[in-house]
Design a protein around this ligand. Structure first.
Ligand SMILES: *Cc1c(COP(=O)(O)O)cnc(C)c1O
Length: 381
């Protein structure tokens, strides 16, 4: 039966946009391992595939799905989340001014400080979620890009995307949003006015801790987007065809995984709030979180699978709690089916703004009671 109602995002993801191979009826797209494609003599430039560093047919279905889920015009898959972070900055020029939030995925800050400033990019940091500070930092005509992450690692500050977009646009800048943690299941930044969405597809999008990948989705196919495309090609920031295929496979279950992780994370946050050894629970789903009101407006159906707890007794107590965990695994990363715990301060090093007593929890899709019981017994010493 045909309906006129547009299909829900989870239907689009579960069916990989309804892919059926036109040649043989297969429900799963093939992997094109070719690095090179036949071209008419003299025809290297122009439409069609020519070389995998430029593009590969295995990317097409997953990029189409990403664009559709985010409501963008086009999407690109890249070699890693960090490729997807750096490509838009590399598409800018020396002397350009960018405004970046101060507490966010630490790799972004590290790369900007180590490399981007060396070739003349002017980087200014503003407090995450502070719109007045963002407004004050803008230099009309000179600021080209505003970079935010929401909810942001590892304190889960929430940024009002619509307000940030308005501020960026008023100064002639673009707004890019690292939406790795929210995923298109919970937030669609382009609908709130963002120009570019970035994902570490390594995390929830792939969802099985077995693919390193990044994604960018643009509201518009414009000059800036074409430059980003060139950066991917010229720097070889491409994903392998096998990885692109696995990413599409993983994304078929995105919605069900994200919903279960959100449900688990909220239950854990509530349980941890009642635990005497826990001094703070940082989760936008809790009404006392400073970003809760904006998150409730901007996120649909959940507040993500990520939260942090701060434990009484400082760093040693945090590390001891982690050593005692049996269901949570001590490891970096997030967005997999399995739950992970990490002492971020140790990972990020001495310059990190993260408190010493903080444990970041990346919640998976296990049984809620197993996770809560594990944390409860781990804290009980
Ligand atoms: C992991 C992560 C990145 C970097 O992605 P990689 O795939 O590890 O390169 C960027 N932003 C956020 C929010 C992340 O969690």
């Amino acid at each position: 039966m045909k309906t006129n109602r547009p299909l829900a995002p989870e239907t689009l993801a579960a069916q990989a946009l309804g892919f059926i191979d036109p040649e043989n009826g297969a429900l799963v797209p093939p992997i094109h391992s070719a690095t090179t494609f036949e071209r008419p003599p003299g025809g290297i430039v122009g439409p069609g595939y020519n070389y995998t560093r430029t593009d590969n047919p295995t990317y097409a279905q997953v990029e189409a799905l990403l664009a559709r889920l985010e409501g963008g015009e086009e999407a690109l898959v890249l070699a890693s989340g960090m490729s997807a972070v750096t490509a838009p900055f590399l598409a800018l020029g020396p002397g350009d001014h960018v405004v970046v939030q101060d507490v966010l995925y630490w790799g972004v800050r590290a790369w900007l400080n180590d490399f981007a400033t060396h070739w003349g990019l002017k980087v200014q940091y503003v407090s995450a979620g502070d719109l007045d500070a963002l407004r004050a930092a803008m230099r009309p005509g000179e600021t080209k890009l505003v970079w935010v992450e929401t909810p942001a690692n590892p304190l889960w500050n929430v940024v009002d995307i619509a307000a940030a977009a308005e501020i960026a646009h008023a100064a002639g800048a673009r707004l890019a949003v690292d939406s790795t943690v929210a995923t298109p299941v919970l937030t669609r930044p382009l609908e709130h006015g963002a120009d570019l969405v970035m994902h570490s597809a390594t995390k929830f999008l792939n969802g099985h801790s077995d693919v390193l990948a990044g994604a960018l989705i643009t509201a518009r196919d414009d000059d800036f987007w074409q430059r980003i495309r060139m950066v991917r090609k010229d720097l070889g920031m491409v994903i392998g065809p096998q990885e692109a295929w696995l990413l599409l496979r993983g994304m078929r279950t995105l919605h069900i995984r994200v919903r279960k992780a959100c449900e688990n994370a909220l239950a854990i946050a509530q349980a941890m709030q009642a635990h005497p050894k826990v001094t703070h629970v940082l989760y936008p789903g809790l009404p006392d979180h400073p970003g809760h009101a904006v998150a409730a407006r901007q996120m649909q159906g959940g507040f993500s699978g990520m939260l942090s707890i701060r434990v009484a007794g400082g760093k040693e107590a945090a590390l001891e709690t982690m050593r005692r965990m049996a269901v949570f695994t001590s490891a970096t990363s997030l967005g997999g089916t399995e739950s992970l715990a990490e002492h971020r301060r140790s990972t990020e090093g001495p310059d990190s703004p993260v408190p010493d007593d903080l444990i970041r929890l990346a919640v998976g899709i296990e049984a809620t009671e197993d996770l809560i019981e594990d944390l409860t017994q781990a804290l009980d010493f």
